[in-house]
Design a protein around this ligand. Structure first.
Ligand code: ADP
Length: 307
C-alpha cells in the first residue's frame, strides 16, 4: 500500500510537480528505514506469536513457583494478563499447567518428604484445587471463565475419548472459556501416565489442531549445553528438526521442581512438528515474556519441522 501511494505521488510529481521530487525521495528513505527497523526487531518467535490464532501454552511447575516451591502469584498474574491480551487480539488459548504437587505441599505443609505414591497422588489431589483456584481468581479479573480438564495417556489413545476431548475443548474455547489441562496425577500410575506436561502440551496441541505450542520454562530456550552448568552455553534461536539437535547438544540436568528436563521439551517439539505445528520454548520467569517476544526485546528457541 505504501509503495502504491509512493508510485502515485512519484508519477504525479515527475509529470506535474517536479519541485516535490525531493520530498518523495525523503518519504522513500523513511519507508525503507522503517521497514528495515521492523525486520530487525521482529524475532522468529514474535512473528509466530503474532501470526498464530490457536495457541496452546504450557506452564511448568518451575515456571509458576518461586525458588522455595511456593506458587508465585505475581508471576502467574503477569502471565494471565498477557494471555488475556492475546485473547483480546482474537486469539484462542488453551493452558496446560503443572504445579498440583507443589500447590499441595504449600496447602497442607506436610508429606513433602514422603516418597510413597499414594501420598504424592494425595498431594496432587489437594494441590489441583489450589491451582485451579489461583487460575480462577487470576482470569476472573477479566471476567474470563476457566475450565479444568484432567487427562491421562489412555484418553489420547482412545478414538472415542479423543472425540469427546476435542468437542469439549472446541466448545469451551469457542465460548471464550480457557481450558486448564493437567495430567490426572491421582489416577495415573506408570502404565497410563503421560509422565510430563511437555508431552501433554504437545498431545493437546495436535488434538486441537493448534497453530502453535508455547512451552514456558525456567530457561530462555535450548542451548548447545546446559547453561546452568556451562557459562559459555549458547542459545539456539531456530531449530529445524529437534531429533537431529538432540544428538548434538548436552541435555543433562533438570531444575529442582521440574519433572521433564530439556529432553521432554525436545520430544514435545518433535511431536508437534510432525503435525506441522511449530513450538516456542521460552522463559516464563521473565516478566512480560510474551509481550517482549513480540516486540523483539527477548529471544527464545523456535522449533520447526525438518526443512
Ligand atoms: P520445567 O519445570 O519448566 O518443565 P525442567 O527443569 O524440567 O523445566 O527443564 C529445564 C532445565 O533443563 C533447565 O533449567 C536446565 O537446567 C536443563 N537443561 C539441560 N540441558 C539443557 C540445554 N542444552 N539447554 C537448556 N536447558 C537445559
Amino acid at each position: 500500500m505504501g509503495r502504491n501511494l509512493l508510485e502515485k505521488i512519484e508519477n504525479k510529481s515527475q509529470s506535474w510537480y517536479p519541485e516535490i521530487s525531493f520530498t518523495v525521495d525523503f518519504i522513500r528513505v523513511q519507508i525503507l528505514w522503517n521497514t528495515r527497523k521492523r525486520v530487525k526487531i521482529m524475532s522468529a518467535a514474535g512473528e509466530l506469536l503474532r501470526q498464530s490464532r490457536k495457541i496452546v501454552i504450557k506452564l511448568g511447575s518451575s515456571t509458576i513457583s518461586d525458588e522455595h516451591g511456593n506458587i508465585d502469584k505475581e508471576l502467574m498474574q503477569n502471565l494471565t494478563d498477557q494471555l488475556n491480551e492475546l485473547m483480546k487480539d482474537g486469539k484462542q488459548v488453551i493452558v496446560v499447567s503443572s504445579g498440583a504437587g507443589i500447590c499441595g505441599v504449600a496447602a497442607i505443609n506436610k508429606w513433602h518428604r514422603k516418597g510413597d505414591m499414594n501420598y504424592k497422588q494425595a498431594l496432587c489431589a489437594i494441590g489441583q484445587v489450589e491451582l485451579m483456584n489461583a487460575y480462577k481468581e487470576l482470569f476472573g479479573k477479566y471476567d474470563t471463565h476457566v475450565a479444568q480438564m484432567l487427562l491421562c495417556r489412555d484418553d489420547f489413545g482412545d478414538q472415542n475419548r479423543n472425540l469427546h476431548i476435542r468437542n469439549t475443548l472446541f466448545t469451551l474455547v469457542d465460548e471464550g472459556v480457557v481450558p486448564i489441562i493437567n495430567e490426572n496425577d491421582s489416577v495415573s500410575v506408570e502404565e497410563i501416565s503421560i509422565g510430563d506436561n511437555d508431552t501433554l502440551g504437545a498431545l493437546t496441541a495436535n488434538l486441537w489442531g493448534a497453530d502453535l505450542l508455547v512451552i514456558l520454562s525456567d530457561i530462555d530456550g535450548v542451548y548447545d549445553k546446559n547453561p546452568r552448568v556451562y557459562d559459555d552455553a549458547k542459545l539456539i534461536t531456530e531449530v529445524h528438526g529437534a531429533d537431529a539437535l538432540m544428538k548434538n547438544i548436552d541435555t543433562k540436568g533438570v531444575s529442582d521442581f521440574g519433572t521433564g528436563g530439556i529432553v521432554t521439551k525436545l520430544h514435545a517439539a518433535q511431536l508437534v512438528n510432525d503435525y506441522g505445528i511449530p513450538m516456542i520454548l521460552t522463559n516464563g520467569w521473565k516478566t512480560d515474556i510474551l509481550r517482549k517476544l513480540m516486540s523483539g526485546e527477548e529471544e527464545a528457541t523456535v522449533f520447526y519441522g525438518e526443512e
